[in-house]
Write a protein that binds this ligand. Structure first.
Ligand SMILES: NC(=O)c1ccc[n+]([C@@H]2O[C@H](COP(=O)([O-])OP(=O)(O)OC[C@H]3O[C@@H](n4cnc5c(N)ncnc54)[C@H](O)[C@@H]3O)[C@@H](O)[C@H]2O)c1
Length: 207
C-alpha cells in the first residue's frame, strides 16, 4: 500500500454512519488505521446499536476497530483514545463528527434535551481532545527525540528503526503499526508574507 496516510492512526466519532462513515472510508482508503467510535444511536440520541460500528470495522479489516460506547463522557473518550493507542500504536488524526439533534422551540424545549445535545455535540469533542492531545504531544516530543531533527531524514521514534533511504519507520509489534511514515513538512518560504502583512504594508505605503 502507498497511501498519503500510511501508518497514521485516526479516531472518528460518529464514524459508523452518514458523513462520519464517509470520512472513515476515505481515511482508511488513504492508508490510515481507524477507530470508529459510534454507539449506533438514533438521530435524537436515543437507543444504540453496536453493530453499526462493528460491521463497518469488520468490513474494513485489520486497520479498523470499533468503539461502541457513547463518547459523551470523559472516561469513554479516554477509552476510545486508549483503544487507538493499544491497537494501532498512537493517534494522529481526530475527527469530532458525532452529533445528535433535538429540534424544538426554546419555549417548549425540554432542558434535558438541551443537556443531551450539549453533552454530545459540545462536551464530547472537548473530552476526546482532552484525552487525545497528551498522546499527540508525546508523539511530537518523541519525534524530536534527543537528536537534531531535520526535514528529509527519518526522525527517531520509540520502538521503531528508520530507513534513511525510504524515510519510513519499521516499528516493533508493541509500538505497531508496522510502518509509520513521517509527516510531510510544511515549508515556509522566506519570501512569502501573509495576506494580512501585505495589506498592512500596502496601507502604510499609502497604496
Ligand atoms: N447531514 C447533514 O445535512 C449535516 C449538515 C450539517 C452538519 N452536519 C453535521 O455532520 C455530522 C454528521 O452528520 P450525519 O448527518 O452524518 O449524522 P448521522 O446521524 O447520520 O450520524 C451520526 C452518527 O453519530 C453517532 N453518535 C451520536 N451520538 C454519539 C455518541 N454520543 N457517541 C458515539 N457516537 C454517537 C450516531 O450513532 C450516528 O451513527 C454531525 O456533526 C452533524 O451535525 C450534518
Amino acid at each position: 500500500m502507498s497511501g498519503a496516510l500510511d501508518g497514521r492512526v485516526a479516531l472518528v466519532t460518529g464514524g459508523g454512519r452518514g458523513i462520519g462513515r464517509a470520512i472513515v472510508e476515505l481515511l482508511h482508503a488513504q492508508g490510515a488505521a481507524v477507530v470508529i467510535a459510534d454507539l449506533g444511536t438514533a438521530i435524537d440520541g436515543s437507543g444504540g446499536d453496536p453493530g453499526v460500528a462493528q460491521s463497518l470495522a469488520q468490513g474494513l479489516g485489520e486497520r479498523a476497530a470499533a468503539f461502541t460506547e457513547s463518547i459523551a463522557s470523559p472516561s469513554a473518550a479516554a477509552a476510545a483514545v486508549a483503544l487507538a493507542v493499544e491497537r494501532f500504536g498512537g493517534l494522529d488524526i481526530v475527527v469530532n463528527n458525532a452529533a445528535i439533534i433535538r429540534d424544538g422551540f426554546i419555549f417548549k424545549a425540554d432542558p434535558l434535551a438541551w443537556d443531551a445535545v450539549i453533552r454530545t455535540n459540545l462536551s464530547a469533542p472537548f473530552h476526546i481532545l482532552a484525552a487525545a492531545t497528551p498522546v499527540m504531544r508525546e508523539q511530537t516530543k518523541a519525534l524530536r527525540g534527543g537528536t537534531p531533527y531535520s526535514w528529509g531524514t527519518p526522525a527517531p521514534r520509540p520502538g521503531c528503526s528508520a530507513s534513511p533511504a525510504s524515510s519510513r519507520w519499521t516499528c516493533s509489534a508493541a509500538s505497531s503499526p508496522a510502518t509509520r511514515s513521517r509527516p510531510s513538512p510544511r515549508r515556509a518560504s522566506p519570501n512569502r508574507s501573509s495576506r494580512r502583512t501585505r495589506r498592512r504594508r500596502a496601507t502604510r505605503s499609502g497604496r
